[in-house]
Write a protein that binds this ligand. Structure first.
Ligand SMILES: Cc1cc2nc3c(=O)[nH]c(=O)nc-3n(C[C@H](O)[C@H](O)[C@H](O)COP(=O)(O)OP(=O)(O)OC[C@H]3O[C@@H](n4cnc5c(N)ncnc54)[C@H](O)[C@@H]3O)c2cc1C
Length: 457
């Protein structure tokens, strides 16, 4: 009854921008990862902050769950409506509102995707660095505190969001942060919202920090005989303070998948893919220093180039890594999991993980943003193989435990969703209860993205 009344009111508000059609519900009930179909009761497409506010108020009045939806690329079942309710899809709130080159910042709506922003900024000489592999929405990226290949140099969403506009569970609209580069004015509500996965509020506007395009960019690849040499090379590179703009690890299985999918001819061995930013002479010097480290760790000669087409090809291949791996296993689903450890423990973490996956017999290519101590395993779950999902979950469980044992985190970037709530007490102790108390204070009815992230949600 409450749901029907809420949907009637939402239908009056939004007209055809509220859908209950099966294809729309199913499209908002799927995720990229292994979770089953979990459709919401309705999908809403707001166009303004005022409409988001109204949607939340109507749902709050009737106790109906509200789940934000960006591009639906999250990997831990974040955006699945596990208790039904309304998926609020931000696709129609996708405008760039204001670019301010003189301050190097931009204000955007949450449904804008990172690639669309990249296009918008092309003529300005500025760029927004955070680049998860998928073409995610900026709202979803803020809600998951996403990072990507350039985080080693430019930081994650944590470092690149200056302020937000947020609709809270009671319909209040707040602005967090400012356009100033720093502030000591009270609690950092921007930081609180980043990574809150839609459990504390719906983000309706973001002000983002931009960076100047470097004068020169070089990119290259180095192949190594084994994982140990590649990872040790990363550790030494970071410890020496070589200013890498990107330093990515791919294992032999990933290299094979790239060859099949992207037409490359990489040796089927572990690789580092790197990018360097600076002046012409600066990148040449950095490339020389990095090449020496590669050689010291037994790698093949480091091949690099400043040609834009070659760079684009390299990073397109890397960003499509997940799809290349999936194409090698037609019909399969994946359990994709990530962990992040202090850089000094990276070699142990990667080597133990690879040995564990190899012993299980399950295909599970490893790649990652190793400059941050972060890596992912894509565990392949075959259709009609009943034991595969359990095997994958066991491997992911041991990865999470390994991360905690080594002083790291159970997720460096994908987030908690419903897949990693089981580790939150282990990682945060009483801190997790504090997160629950914050949630209860801001959303006492528990209508915002229930079933995710915090205790008792
Ligand atoms: C191939 C592939 C590669 C990936 N690589 C990376 C990577 O390198 N780094 C990385 O960090 N992640 C990566 N991811 C995961 C994913 O892309 C990120 O988590 C991304 O930030 C999710 O954005 P989205 O727009 O798809 O959000 P969605 O999946 O739509 O939503 C994610 C969460 O945010 C909430 N949400 C969405 N919009 C809003 C809003 N406006 N206000 C409040 N809450 C909202 C949702 O309710 C949900 O809890 C990858 C995923 C894939 C499929």
């Amino acid at each position: 009854m409450a749901l029907r009344d809420a949907l009637d009111a939402l239908s009056d508000l939004l007209g055809e921008r509220l859908s209950r059609s099966k294809p729309d519900l199913e499209a908002h009930g799927r995720s990229e990862s292994h979770f089953g179909l979990t459709p919401p009761d309705a999908v809403a497409w707001p166009e303004t902050t005022a409409e988001v506010q109204q949607i939340v108020r109507i749902c709050a009045r009737h106790g109906v769950p509200v789940v934000g939806w960006g591009a639906g690329t999250s990997l831990e079942g974040h955006a699945l409506a596990v208790r039904g309710g309304v998926a609020v899809d931000f696709a129609r709130m996708n405008r760039v509102l204001d670019v301010r080159p003189e301050d190097m910042d931009v204000t955007v709506q949450p449904g804008l995707t990172r690639r669309a922003l990249e296009e918008e900024l092309r003529a300005t000489g500025l760029f927004f660095p955070v680049d998860p592999g998928a073409d995610a929405s900026l709202g979803g990226m803020a809600a998951t505190r996403a990072s990507g290949t350039t985080t080693v140099r430019y930081g994650s969403m944590r470092d690149n969001v200056l302020g937000l506009e947020v609709v809270l569970a009671d319909g209040r609209v707040i602005r967090t942060g400012s356009r100033a580069r720093k502030s000591a004015a009270g609690y950092d509500l921007t930081a609180l919202m980043l990574g809150s996965e839609g459990t504390l509020g719906l983000i309706t506007e973001l002000t983002l920090r931009l960076h100047g395009r470097p004068e020169a960019v070089a990119a290259g690849v180095a192949a190594f005989p084994g994982i140990g040499g590649a990872v040790d090379c990363v550790i030494e590179t970071i410890q020496m303070g070589l200013p890498m703009a990107r330093i990515e690890f791919v294992d032999a299985a990933s290299a094979a998948a790239f060859n099949a999918h992207a037409g490359t001819d990489l040796p089927e061995r572990p690789h580092l893919l790197v990018e360097l930013h600076g002046s012409e002479t600066g990148v040449a010097e950095q490339a020389e220093l990095f090449g020496a480290l590669v050689a010291e760790h037994g790698g093949d000669p480091f091949e690099w180039s400043t040609r834009e087409e070659e760079r684009r090809h390299l990073w397109r291949m890397r960003h499509n890594g997940y799809y290349a791996i999936m194409a090698a296993h037609p019909g399969a689903r994946a359990l994709v999991t990530d962990i992040c450890v202090p850089i000094s423990r990276l070699a142990e973490a990667v080597e133990e993980t690879q040995a564990d996956i190899a012993a299980s017999g399950m295909p599970g290519p490893i790649l990652g943003h190793v400059g941050d101590g972060n890596f992912h395993a894509t565990l392949i779950v075959r259709p009609d193989h009943a034991g595969d999902l359990e095997t994958a979950k066991d491997l992911a469980h041991r990865m999470a435990e390994r991360a905690l044992r080594l002083g790291g985190t159970v997720t460096g970037e994908h987030g908690v969703g419903m897949g990693k709530t089981g580790y939150m007490a282990g990682e945060h102790g009483e801190g997790w209860a504090v997160m629950g108390a914050i949630k209860a204070a801001l959303d006492p009815q528990g209508i915002l993205n229930p079933g995710k992230l915090v205790p008792g949600n």
